[in-house]
Design a protein around this ligand. Sequence first.
Ligand code: PLZ
Length: 447
Amino acid sequence: MSTIAYRLPQERLLRTALPGPASEALAARRKSAVAAGVVSSLPVYVADADGGVIVDVDGNSLIDLGSGIAVTSVGASHPAVAAAVADQASRFTHTCFMVGPYEGYIQVAEELAALTPGSHDKRTALFNSGAEAVENAIKVARAATGKSGVVAFDHAYHGRTSLTMALTAKSMPYKATFGPFAPEVYRMPMSYPYRDETRLTGEVAAQRVIAQMEAQIGAEALAAIIIEPIQGEGGFIVPAPGFLPTLADWARRNRVVFIADEVQTGFARTGAWFASEDEGVVPDLITMAKGIAGGLPLAALTGRADLLDAVHPGGLGGTYGGNPVACAAALATLQAMRFHDLPARAREIEAAVLPQLRALAAETTIIGDVRGRGAMLAIEIVRPGTAVPDRERTKAIVAEALARGVALLTCGTYGNVVRLLPPLVIPPELLADGIAVLTDTIRAYSH
Ligand code: PLZ
């Protein structure tokens, strides 16, 4: 980590109560200008961000344990990314790859073919958002198989567009009032070790899904299974070992496309380049976004050449997909990830933090479960001594940690999961300070 030079002091420093007066003023302007449906979890407005800190417009320096939802793994202003963006922007910002193609797009595709699991022949198409990559994965699976059914899981999150809303499980806030939803989407039970009453093994949980798919849909009508190897918005749910490989095997044997949605888990976050690698799963298609480009909007669909090339010429695209500035940012981000060995750093974060969270869970009655991998870790908060989700207490803990200068996110179908997604470049001492604030706060709320 000594190789990382930070531009901003890596410190937790409060100059005002939060939100401070400058943030309050922006909040007032926002109210009459920005749509009410768009909300922010932090009450402060950002002036600067670097490494493991976010500095607000009142000069408060907060510890960032969310990375803008798993995006800024290399930090929000990595110098190599900033330089690559400036350089590309000074030459051309856009031509549209469907009009005037350029090398950066091809380079990103080559990188992703090499980095994603499996040594088979691969192709890539680039898009702007995770949801768009997911939509296109489904389009490709349908075109290549000639089938239309899609299986998604309980607690899944795949996006907010029409098709991805149908794949996403949670109604409020993602789906409520926005229907009708796209047809031919079937929902199956997820392996959720903490809440599966019978503590199903991964194989048994997968067999339950397979029996249900065969009875309710039939492989001959099923184009794809889409799954997050570790569920993100749904609560950082890590399926029991065996669940993913059993489903992937069944899919392969039945000509069903197995899609890993690695939008949140991808790019070193879980300690490997992709979370699928943990159990040796080789997905047919992988969707990626978030961590790929150091904060610039870029998403990718990479997978089996025979599937992607089954689509007719012109069938995939979009005005901005694979924008040259975003591609330059992605290439610089991947280089920085390798240079700093961020997969190893994610494993170090797990080794430093997970034992502390487990010890805390043993000491209090409000932690139902501690789980996750690499720098994607979570604490499920419950009513004392029960498994009943405690959304209110979760909110209070996160609000208190914020008042002390630590920015955290929640997630989960029941809103009761505190999730940790620190930038992978966060200095170890700053991370330790942030975790100390969190554990203190949880102790204070354990009554
Ligand atoms: N697939 C697995 O995690 C985005 C969404 C936050 P987009 N997750 C954060 C919110 O409330 O909108 C996500 C994801 C997985 C797909 C997506 C969608 O990615 O880039 O937000 O479209």
